[in-house]
Ligand binder design. Sequence first.
Ligand SMILES: Nc1ncnc2c1ncn2[C@@H]1O[C@H](COP(=O)(O)OP(=O)(O)O)[C@@H](O)[C@H]1O
Ligand SMILES: [Mg+2]
Length: 608
Amino acid sequence: MIIITHVTIFANKGSVYFMNEKYKKELGAVETVKRIWSNYASGLSGYLYLALFCNAIVAISTPALPELIRRVIDDIFIGKDQNMLVILPVVAVIIMLIRSIGTYGANVSINVIGQRLVGSLQEDLYNSLLKADLAYINSVHSARFISNFTADSTKLRETMSSVVVNLSRNILMVLGLMGYLFWVEPNLAVIFILVLPPAAIGLRILGRKLRKAIRLSLEEIGTLSSLVSETLRGMRIIKAYRKENVYSEKAIKIIKKVVSLSMKGVRARSASAPIMEMVTGFAIAGIIYYSGNKSIDGSMSVGSFMAFTTAAGLLYDPLKAVANLQAMLQEGVAASQRLFPILDNNPTVVDNLKTKEIVDSIGELEFDNVSFSYPNTFQYVLRNVSLRIMPGETVALVGPSGAGKSTLLNLVPRFYDSTEGTVKIDKIDVKDLSLKSVRDTSSLVTQDALIFDTSVRENIMFGAKGVGEDVFMSVCKETLVDEFVKEFPEGYETVVGEGGVKISGGQRQRIAIARAMIKDSPILLLDEATSSLDSESEQKVQIALRALLKEKSALIIAHRLSTVRDADMIYVFDKGKIVEKGKHEQLLDNKGLYSLLFKTQFPEDAIE
Ligand SMILES: Nc1ncnc2c1ncn2[C@@H]1O[C@H](COP(=O)(O)OP(=O)(O)O)[C@@H](O)[C@H]1O
Ligand SMILES: [Mg+2]
């Protein structure tokens, strides 16, 4: 019974969080283009009509070229017609003029369509990422998303533009030239057309192979991006452990795979040209034999023969393009198959239909019999946790690493939703509150204080609306940010973070604390740094924290003795459960897990 239940849970969650099964099946090219066109091409139909119109001009004017040659040969060279000697050169110039205008118009409008289409797709993609559940984001390597934005999007743009350009222009050209062939010599045209179906079948098979190779190579490019990103982040560890060779081999393996897959694609694509050449060879043989016969009995003019071969020659390029078009389309479909799952991910942490708002929060936080397991896992990380933080209280959580403390904090801003039980702010279930209310009433300061690659000011003002300079400065002074920022020549405008001035761990934390303080929400969630802050930084972070905590309700994962001493209540966690609670002295007397932890977790403090 239990097993069955687990399987169902797994199946349900699997379909929510992971790539949907339906994407593993190959999505049809037509469905893909339809979807992209209908979702992202609004306002572009003007350009589409312009492109189609220009393409039509180019296509229609193409059969005029062989006809021009026929007239030149039959009327001027053989018929010695003086008038035509004046008319035909003028006609030639007019035809070419029309063609060049048509080509220019088509190319410009097609590119506008391609760029804008993919632009809106990327906007949508980015917003889908912002809306996605953390569980989904965490299940995919971050660099894969980057390759979705670059490699996949570019591929899709190429496809969408060339599909439209090539499809309309080349199909029209093929039709126009075929029509011309029939008009000039119907029997000959039939011979010419008979050789096409076998070629089409060959090209179809190649197209399928190509689609597979392209899809696999795009996936490998994603893997390569992940490796590069991991390498850059882990550079110091890689160097320290001298794992350069291992990483180099990893990279070489992936790159070789990409190359070999791309080569498979190239071979499939290149094979389409020889197929067409062979077809053309047979066609030419047929033409020579048939028209030779006709010419011998005098029923076909030299001009007609020349026009026919010219038209057949002109057919070669658009036919080849139509054949490659299939391949291009497949590449775009492969890229879409990697993009659609992101666009289609359905976040489960969303506002429900009748959300409530908190206007003036008093800052009461309660966990009522909360149990939690991470999506796609069987194991409960939290079990029946009940605790309450009254307005203004400070509650400390302690417990061994992996006990579920950080997970508990993540349930408050609804980074994840509890599996069972409720989390309440001001006595209201957070699932009934708007995400806005939930996230405005609580601030989370994590261990790995995240600093954005922008100025100190923007880093601190991140969560603030309408904060004056005086408030800003007093926060920065209280949190001791001012102390180090005033040393920077550009002060608060100094860019910090990955691309800017590098700052120490303690300084990062003080910025993060100032950010939370400016946000001024009634509930604070702190994951205290265990990081090896030296004692001076530690003291300063401490001062900053004390300033932050004034008059707030706080839930703190405590690593410092001072925090647990000052706490109104301490909860001791082990394996997702509350095993002890009480005040510091009380818990020490209990001689339970707390007193054990106390000796190991605060060894230096214990000596004091
Ligand atoms: N995103 C996640 N997906 C699945 N399991 C997770 C995730 N984050 C943490 N866990 C697991 O949940 C348990 C509790 O983790 P955590 O709340 O970080 O513990 P603590 O903060 O007490 O050290 C650990 O066993 C950890 O492996
Ligand atoms: Mg933790």
